[in-house]
Design a protein around this ligand. Structure first.
Ligand SMILES: Nc1nc2c(ncn2[C@@H]2O[C@H](COP(=O)(O)OP(=O)(O)OP(=O)(O)O)[C@@H](O)[C@H]2O)c(=O)[nH]1
Ligand SMILES: [Mg+2]
Length: 324
């Protein structure tokens, strides 16, 4: 009996849910929707599981650009990690948007494609609301990233947009179209496609609108983990992974024909497709995230660190002393 008691699992000690609160949450803030919400402590990366056959170049397809170097990716990562992002404003209508002259990029795509989740991952903070149900983001929300310039101007502004398609609303579409056509600060629109669904009719219509309104844009494959790590929780074997990499590559190549149907086309679309995941870590890194960060910096011409070096005062030696 004594032995049985020792083998039995220890009795659960009851913890009040209130006691768990300090562990789960650090700060609270009144969000742009007017709801008090808690910013969760950013989760620690999961234990490192290497997938050596999946390399960074498998997550992008460049037909008209060169992939960023390691140093460029590191610069992009630091830009987003070292200065916390701040919420700037929310607007339901274009005319109610705050005026600003900072460079801006926006994230567009069908409802539930993962725009807000990607933004949170890029900005290293749960700053935008996400949900498993389509139609969660109802306003156009702006966030400042990378701190401010010496003159107080935000270095980069990022916009999370309401989604279109299922769960979207026509009035959101009207306002987004006004934004795309009129916003002079907009440097690039990032159009998210679900990697496992590919390009849909509504996505093609948005690309046509970019072309009509001369909006520079770039295609991002979101949720790429759903192609590469589909199904079982176990790491896929070498051949399975190679097949999935090929499948992802084919899907990215198919997009090229829509962005630039023929080589003579004068394109507004950037000549590359990036695949990423907001949820999956690969080889100790978030999958494809630094490459998206670099593309955002490139759009705003922030891809290289501007260093202003002060000239050190030099002791002047009189002419006579040099030649004495
Ligand atoms: N597997 C996987 N799921 C993801 C990823 N990104 C987002 N999701 C899930 O997709 C769902 C929708 O994410 P959101 O970020 O709210 O999507 P959204 O595009 O902002 O949606 P709307 O605001 O409705 O337009 C959530 O359940 C996320 O957990 C990803 O990279 N991989
Ligand atoms: Mg959203």
């Amino acid at each position: 009996m004594q032995i049985l008691r020792q083998l039995a699992p220890p009795k659960c000690t009851r913890t009040s849910p209130l006691n768990l609160l300090p562990r789960l949450f650090t700060t609270s803030s009144r969000s742009h929707d007017g709801i008090v919400r808690y910013d969760r402590v950013p989760p620690k990366p999961p234990p490192r599981v290497d997938t050596p056959q999946l390399l960074p170049h498998h997550l992008s397809y460049h037909w008209d650009t060169t992939p960023p170097t390691k140093d460029q990716l590191l610069h992009a990562s630091k830009f987003f990690k070292f200065r916390p992002p701040t919420f700037l404003w929310s607007a339901a209508e274009f005319k109610k948007m705050d005026f600003g002259d900072s460079p801006e990029v926006c994230f567009l795509g069908r409802s539930n494609v993962g725009k807000s989740s990607l933004l949170n991952t890029l900005l290293c903070k749960r700053i935008a609301h996400t949900s498993s149900k389509p139609g969660r983001t109802k306003l156009m929300n702006a966030f400042a990233v990378g701190g401010a310039e010496d003159n107080g101007k935000n270095r980069l502004v990022v916009l999370d947009m309401p989604g279109y398609g299922k769960g979207g609303r026509s009035e959101w579409g009207t306002e987004i179209l006004k934004y795309l056509g009129k916003r002079r600060q907009l440097k690039r629109a990032f159009l998210l496609l679900d990697a496992s669904h590919g390009i849909k009719k509504s996505d093609k219509q948005i690309i046509e609108l970019f072309k009509e309104r001369s909006v520079p844009y770039q295609i991002i494959f979101a949720k790429a983990d759903r192609i590469l790590f589909v199904g079982s929780r176990r790491e896929p074997g070498k051949w399975v992974m190679q097949n999935r990499i090929n499948q992802l590559r084919k899907a990215m190549e198919a997009v090229k024909d829509i962005v630039q149907p023929s080589p003579e086309d004068d394109v507004l679309g950037v000549g590359e497709v990036l695949a990423c995941s907001s949820e999956r870590w690969v080889n100790g890194e978030r999958m494809g995230i630094d490459a998206v960060r670099f593309a955002m910096l490139q759009a705003a011409d922030l891809q290289s660190e501007r260093r202003t070096r002060l000239v050190r005062p030099v002791e002047t030696i009189p002419f006579e002393e040099i030649y004495k």
